[in-house]
Design a protein around this ligand. Structure first.
Ligand SMILES: Cc1cc2nc3c(=O)[nH]c(=O)nc-3n(C[C@H](O)[C@H](O)[C@H](O)COP(=O)(O)O)c2cc1C
Length: 229
């Protein structure tokens, strides 16, 4: 009896400390390559995931899509309608925005999406998949979110699965792998934000953001890495 009460208390405590992710992976994918990359990013970050879909589905035939619909959308600077326009993304701080390269750029539906949802003040991380090269696609997403902060993006050759080590290395570089965000999440409470600093082993080395006396090296504050000289 005592044991089961203890178990319930532990479970309730665990639920109490669980928190919703503040990271979103929003992606558009026609053939599935970008979907697979988005899902790998989700797997490695613990993010929520959202698929951007057109109100009118694109044709399944490649030639019709590429040489008629997509080219026409680009030439006319179209804003193809979204299937959904009433999502609430306000609680996300970090938003991965991904798509395939279509005619050297992001598909026009990405512009509809980024103009519909306001990511001002949030941090946008672009990613894309391609056949030959990313060309201007990552810049296109950055330019379409002028009031957001940005982290280094990722463009990769499209595939049905991806090298998880390479994706992991990128996520660590930008401080959004699960280890870094778990450390950052220590501060996400209702209390006033303290700028605690952690070393790369996850040990707290400062309560108040003061770097005096810290040895030279990389540290983490509010989920972001920085360097002490
Ligand atoms: C309409 C269309 C245009 C494309 N234009 C390009 C391009 O300009 N450069 C390129 O490298 N790949 C291009 N591709 C290939 C896709 O970017 C690539 O196959 C991508 O991984 C597909 O992602 P998805 O499966 O998520 O749709 C194009 C594909 C389509 C359907």
């Amino acid at each position: 009896m005592k044991k089961s009460i203890l178990l319930i208390v532990i479970m309730l405590a665990a639920v109490g400390t669980m928190q919703a992710s503040n990271i979103l992976v929003a992606y558009f994918s026609w053939g599935g390559n970008t979907k697979a990359l988005a899902e790998e990013i989700q797997r490695q970050t613990g993010a929520d995931i959202y698929r951007i879909e057109p109100a009118v589905p694109y044709p399944t035939d490649y030639n019709t899509l590429a040489y008629t619909i997509a080219r026409n959308e680009k030439e006319t600077n179209a804003r193809p309608a979204l299937k959904e326009t009433n999502q609430d993304f306000s609680r996300y701080e970090y938003i991965f925005v991904g798509c395939p390269v279509w005619w050297f750029d992001a598909p026009m539906i990405m512009h509809t999406f980024l103009e519909t949802y306001n990511f001002a003040g949030k941090t946008v991380i672009p990613f894309c998949t391609y056949y030959t090269a990313a060309y201007e696609t990552l810049n296109d997403i950055v330019n379409a979110t002028p009031n957001s902060n940005h982290l280094e993006g990722l463009g990769v050759s499209g595939a049905s699965s991806y090298d998880s080590n390479a994706i992991g290395a990128w996520l660590r570089r930008i401080g959004l792998d699960q280890e870094s965000t778990a450390i950052g999440s220590v501060e996400k409470t209702d209390k006033p934000v303290q700028s605690s600093i952690y070393n790369l082993n996850g040990q707290k080395v400062s309560d108040n953001g003061n770097t005096d006396g810290l040895a030279q090296g990389i540290y983490i504050m509010r989920g972001k890495k920085f360097y002490v000289k």
